[in-house]
Write a protein that binds this ligand. Structure first.
Ligand code: ADP
Ligand code: MG
Length: 660
């Protein structure tokens, strides 16, 4: 009895319609998803000419029965859905029953497949949607699909393809992503004679990240661990109330839903110029979702400038009923049933984890992120950066994201000798060739020479947490702006202005929360002229402004009077400060919360009041600053998201001097 059925019209009509085959990468995506749905543990992808000439995917999945193999090329033929009800809880990657017929209609396709239930396999040949041959064939188990000459019969579509390298980069990115989502499976990608990716099964995601990106990148990431949260859905008999109405369950539903988050994300110092290094999987499906992207960036709020993006590899798991994947034909968008719950769960889990790790940036990472960063796809395609960025500029990736090199965002420090250690954080780190040795043991090989030996065992364990700040010994200042300090492990450089800004910010936030911001009355009220727009913003934020230690009131048409201000603000700064807050209000209020506005006000108060750069500090002042910084909740970056401290570890120093 075959497994595949043609969906009845009333189900087919409910499926998000549209073309799925845009480019070679979309073919690869559909075929890979089919192989994964078929339970394959080994997936081999071969391409030629960026997938234009050839795409071949070989899997060891369940294969197809002869009758099914024929049916699979009918529109809306699928083994994964039966009726409309199934659409509400899709647990497979595919469900539309459209990929195979769509691909077969625009290429020369050969399907070779054998199910364990049959003794011989089936070979089907189709060109431009026409069946040319269907025959029995002696085949091993599993399925191989060969797609040649994509769009040979649709020249208009062919014209829109980019260069071979670009198409290849998209494919490489896609296969890399799927390999990250399935560490227990083998993935192999070859382009002609070149092997671009080959990863064998490993037990953990961490090991797969290591296989794909290398150990250095792993060091710059924070592992989320497994975060779980239950959503309680009140019984339907409870009278509806506004606040919980969204969570109300149907009579036959269980009372709770479990959400689970896993994966990796980068320390705040890793800053990318766009979102292309963010991979989000929901129930194993690679998606682009604004809600989750927003949750991610809110987790970094005040830790990273809002124009920068992190690297993230997030896996969200939940009941299939909680997420609607039938939103977009390429299945890359989803809709959550309890969107705000999911949003807050992701944001809070990441935020808590970020705060726990209190990560310190290193010089190496600082300099590395100031360079353009590459992607696995790019490395895989062996492209020079400039060529790659030019090629994928402004081009939305098909089916999945392609990492794009980021704009420099961190200040560049030139402490590193010219022939220093190779920069970290290169996300292009080696997918090719991917036959890594055992993970680094932490033991360092020493080289004996006439310059003396660095005693074995005296290299301190790497200091990656800013907790170390409390033991630092300040040595002096550079440019009367940066404090240089020695620690248990290496050298630190601290931006005195942003360090103080962070200390003050947290103090002011605490005072604000307790409702006792120190204020001082002005001798003469300060009268400020507002534009019409500013006046509207002022009306919105007046209460918040007054709660933050200001005393302001309207004073005639488009004018306000400021009678008191937080003690931290000097009289000379007051006017600028109020206009700055109005500016924050203008941007923050567009969609952001009151909480963000409050943080914005506290951040600008802190900035105004903090020690400036180009200011001499004596030893006692520097020590005080470092201690106070160590006691803050978040010593890694200033409220605006700039880094505070850079770390040059003993290991990096030794490496730079060629001692290890
Ligand atoms: P969908 O994945 O949405 O069901 P497709 O057109 O992609 O639709 O595939 C049609 C059917 O062909 C699938 O439902 C599945 O039963 C079968 N199929 C496709 N690829 C494979 C494969 N690699 N191994 C086993 N069965 C497959
Ligand atoms: Mg499919």
């Amino acid at each position: 009895m075959g497994r595949i059925r043609v969906l009845p019209d009333q189900v087919a009509n409910k499926i998000a319609a549209g073309e799925v085959v845009e480019r070679p990468a979309s073919v690869v995506k559909e075929l890979l998803e089919n192989s994964l749905d078929a339970g394959a543990t080994s997936l081999r992808v071969e391409v030629e000419s960026g997938g234009r000439r050839l795409i071949r995917i070989v899997d060891d999945g369940c294969g197809m029965l002869r009758d099914d193999a024929l049916l699979a090329f009918e529109r809306h033929a699928t083994s994964k859905l039966r009726d409309v009800k199934d659409l509400l809880s899709i647990s497979t990657l595919g469900f539309r029953g459209e990929a195979l017929p769509s691909i077969a209609s625009v290429s020369r396709l050969v399907l070779e497949t054998r199910s364990a239930e049959e003794t011989t396999g089936t070979r089907i040949e189709i060109a431009g949607g026409k069946m040319l041959r269907c025959e029995e064939a002696a085949l091993g188990g599993g399925t191989a699909i060969t797609v040649r000459d994509l769009f040979f019969n649709v020249p208009a579509r062919k014209k829109f393809l980019r260069t071979e390298q670009t198409e290849l980069a998209h494919i490489a990115s896609l296969v890399t992503h799927y390999s990250l989502a399935h560490p227990d499976k083998t993935f192999q990608l070859t382009s002609g004679p070149t092997e671009l990716l080959h990863v064998t099964p490993v037990a953990t995601l961490q090991e797969r990240v290591y296989q794909v990106f290398g150990s250095q990148v792993l060091e710059d990431l924070v592992e989320i661990g497994v975060r779980e949260k239950e959503l309680f859905m009140p019984a339907p008999s409870v009278p509806p109330s506004e606040a919980i109405a969204e969570y109300r369950r149907e009579p036959d539903e269980p009372p709770t839903r479990l959400f689970r988050l896993m994966g990796f994300f980068s320390r705040p110092q890793v800053q990318k110029g766009n979102r292309n290094s963010i991979y989000v999987f929901v129930n194993g499906r690679l998606i682009r979702d604004r809600l989750l992207l927003h949750a991610l960036s809110s987790a970094y709020h005040n830790l990273m400038p809002s124009s920068a993006y992190p690297f993230a590899l997030l896996f969200l798991e939940c009941d299939a009923e909680e997420v609607d994947v039938n939103v977009h034909p390429s299945k890359t968008e989803v809709r959550f049933r309890h969107g705000s719950f999911v949003h807050d769960f992701v944001r809070d889990s990441l935020r808590e984890r970020l705060m726990e790790s209190r990560p310190a940036p290193s010089f190496a990472s600082g300099t590395a992120s100031a360079r353009p960063m590459a992607s696995p796809a790019q490395a895989a395609a062996k492209l020079p950066y400039s060529e790659f960025s030019q090629m994928i500029e402004n081009e939305p990736p098909a089916g999945a994201s392609v990492l794009e090199p980021a704009a420099p965002s961190l200040p560049e420090f030139s402490l590193r000798p010219a022939a220093g250690p190779s920069p970290r954080l290169d996300f292009s780190a080696p997918p090719i060739p991917v036959t890594p040795g055992p993970p680094p043991s932490g033991k360092l090989s020493r080289r004996l020479d006439a310059h003396g030996e660095f005693p074995a065992g005296s290299i301190p364990p790497p200091e990656t947490s800013l907790t170390a700040l409390s033991d630092l010994r300040p040595l002096g200042q550079v440019h009367e702006s940066f404090i240089i300090a020695a620690g248990r492990d290496g050298l630190w450089i601290i931006d005195q202005h942003v360090a103080h800004e962070r200390i003050l910010f947290e103090q002011i936030m605490k005072q604000r929360a307790a409702g006792r911001v120190e204020t001082q009355r002005l001798l003469m009220p300060l009268i400020l002229q507002l534009t019409a727009e500013q006046q509207i913003d002022y009306a919105r934020i007046a209460d918040e402004l007054n709660a933050s230690g200001f005393e302001t009131e309207p004073f005639g048409n488009r004018t306000i009077a400021v009678k008191a201000a937080p003690a931290a603000v000097g009289a000379a700064d007051l006017e600028k400060m109020i206009y700055e807050i109005l500016e924050i209000a203008e941007t923050e209020l567009r969609g952001a919360s009151l909480d963000d506005l409050r943080r914005g006000i506290c951040a600008s108060l802190a900035c105004r009041a903090a020690i400036k750069i180009n200011m001499r500090l004596d030893a006692a002042k520097m020590e005080w600053l470092l201690r106070a910084l160590a006691e803050t909740d978040c010593p890694m970056s200033c409220p605006h998201g700039r880094p505070i401290a850079m770390h040059y570890s003993t290991r990096e120093i030794l490496k730079a001097f060629h001692r290890i």
